[in-house]
Design a protein around this ligand. Structure first.
Ligand code: AMP
Ligand code: MG
Length: 277
């Protein structure tokens, strides 16, 4: 698998993972593979929608410029967008701050059959909040357990969860920030705060290592995605999503067959009643 899958709590060291990894593939090969995976992903999504038993929640986290917007466009865009909803979580509003941190998140979780995509998520509440001391330590520390329980609740309600950490190097981030500065068409993406956040690189590393290490579970795995190469990042995310959904294929197909059979019986009954009446 191209991304590293973490599915149980443990110690995570991000420096163990190479953000520039590309599995010896060339860009063209990667794009071909992505197209194939995209077709399978769309087919699996359609089965999930038809079966109506599960939802898929996809979480994207990563530092500024790591490619959260890009991967949503390129990979989620391969699915039927009618069945997808994307939620981007920003600095909480006053109303949101007057509730518990999961209130605004829970409201955006996907219904059965649907795909919910989070561009940032509840994890900001143990990342930016921790790095900038926006809440006392006792508050953010308690949140790891809240998050674990919340994700268990979602699992019990039929939500399949895949969480992605888009892993970029410090050098690559500098390049991307400079590119945003230099190109008028990209400038809207740059906020002066991004350079300031970069100054907290090591604090974010520590916060991410804890978030990944404490909140990885079999039903809610984290995937560490090498993201210095955008095309490889897209490929790795698509592959992880396909592998996440594949195990459900037989179950969904069986459900669809059962629904089809029920429908046929109902139609036959209706027609024979119409004929005799
Ligand atoms: P962007 O994703 O570039 O539009 O930026 C959104 C900003 O909102 C980022 O700087 C996030 O760190 C910030 N943000 C998101 N969630 C929270 C949160 N729970 N508390 C504080 N800041 C947040
Ligand atoms: Mg930004």
């Amino acid at each position: 698998m191209y991304a590293k899958r973490l599915d149980k709590p443990g110690k995570v060291k991000l420096s163990d993972y190479d953000p520039g990894e590309h599995a010896k593939l060339k860009k063209e090969q990667g794009e071909e593979k992505l197209a194939e995976l995209g077709a399978e992903l769309a087919a699996l999504q359609e089965l999930m929608y038809g079966a109506g038993q599960h939802a898929l929640l996809v979480v994207f986290q990563g530092r500024d410029t790591s490619g959260k917007d890009g991967v949503i466009n390129k990979v989620i865009g391969l699915m039927n967008t009618m069945g997808c909803s994307v939620s981007s979580f920003k600095v909480p509003t006053e109303l949101e701050r007057d509730h518990d941190f999961l209130w605004r998140i829970h409201a955006r979780t996907p219904a059965k059959g649907e795909v919910g995509v989070f561009n940032r998520s509840h994890y900001e509440d143990v990342l930016v909040v921790r790095v900038h001391n926006l809440m006392p330590e006792s508050v953010w520390r308690a949140r790891y357990a809240h998050i674990v329980h919340f994700e268990e609740l979602l699992r019990d309600a039929g939500v399949i969860i895949a969480k992605f950490y888009l892993h970029i190097s410090k050098d690559e981030q500098e390049k991307r920030l400079l590119a945003r500065e230099a190109e008028p068409k990209k400038a809207w993406k740059l906020s002066p705060g991004d350079w300031k956040e970069r100054g907290y690189w090591d604090d974010y590393t520590q916060a991410y290592e804890d978030a990944l290490g404490k909140c990885a579970a079999p039903h809610a795995p984290w995937f560490i995605v090498p993201s210095d190469h955008k095309w490889f990042r897209n490929l790795a995310v698509a592959e992880a999503l396909v592998e996440t959904l594949r195990p459900y294929r037989a179950e969904w197909e069986a459900r669809l067959a059962a629904v089809g059979a029920e429908q046929k019986t109902a139609l036959q009954k209706m027609r024979s009643e119409a004929a005799s009446g």
